[in-house]
Design a protein around this ligand. Sequence first.
Ligand code: SAM
Length: 306
Amino acid sequence: MENNSVFNLIVESLPSSQAKRLVHGRGGVIKGWEQINIEVYPPVLWVMVYQSLDETDLLKTLNEIASQAQGLGIEAIYIQRRFQKDDPVEVFYGSDAFIGIDHRIIEDNLSYWVNLGRNQNTGLFLDMSEGRAWVKANAQNKHVLNLFSYTCSLGITAAAGYASSVVNIDMAKGAIKRGQQNLALNDVPCVSNTFIAQDIFKMIKKLTQKGPYDLLIADPPSFQSKAFDVRRDYEKLLTKLKPSLAPNAQLMLCLNSPALTPDFLHELVERVFPQAQFITRIKNPPVLADQNEEHSLKVMLYQLPA
Ligand SMILES: C[S@@+](CC[C@H](N)C(=O)[O-])C[C@H]1O[C@@H](n2cnc3c(N)ncnc32)[C@H](O)[C@@H]1O
């Protein structure tokens, strides 16, 4: 993709009432933008720069957007430079009114709190939007276990999709609290929503007691020090949770490590659940195009036997 089409890519998606990723430079298909992602959390344009680089094209593009901001529904443009200490945020356009505050956004008719600039993660991983859409469309009447829930967005979509029950677990207390606040923002039909702020490995027994689950969602970090390492712990985790799964249960297993391909998950599932069928890999939206799809976010669906 030509660099000058980045402006078009952004403006064709604006104005937007929905939070979404607009530019996924990290996918490597936009020459010169490999270290830049841009998202919109209406009315804020949120630019993340991952490495020190010549910002001439970026700043030119942002100036063009700023000059049409009102028509595009943009009130502020912020740049977070993640290669600098403490990820400083520059106010490129507008005021700093949306920095460090709880800001309510919408995705697929559901509301979530985000906080721009408090830390690297805003509170909602926008690249998981298709995963959330799939869960919402497939959770009906299911008992759902949402592992590594973070702010529970996948659990909220399950609850909105008429799940019978949803158990969310994450070791980060603040993320679980935010998950409860996110649930409170939405009028969902599922009334059985559980939030557990604990290390998953310490709660296997309790999680099993709350089962059996018809849908297991696992979206772990690739590597988080002692807490979780995909290579070291993914198989161990699934093995421990195997007894808590119902017949015909579905597994939504995520892998966000560029170094690991879908085969890593296929082989792992084959070892732990030899009878499981691979259903599909949830397609990333076109905006997340990657020069190597094996390296991009992998959201894989499997089905256990009856
Ligand atoms: C990639 S984020 C999950 C994103 C989330 N699924 C979503 O859709 O927003 C990974 C999460 O795993 C949590 N985590 C890592 N190791 C864990 C463990 N052993 N037990 C519980 N949570 C863990 C982290 O606190 C973090 O919130």
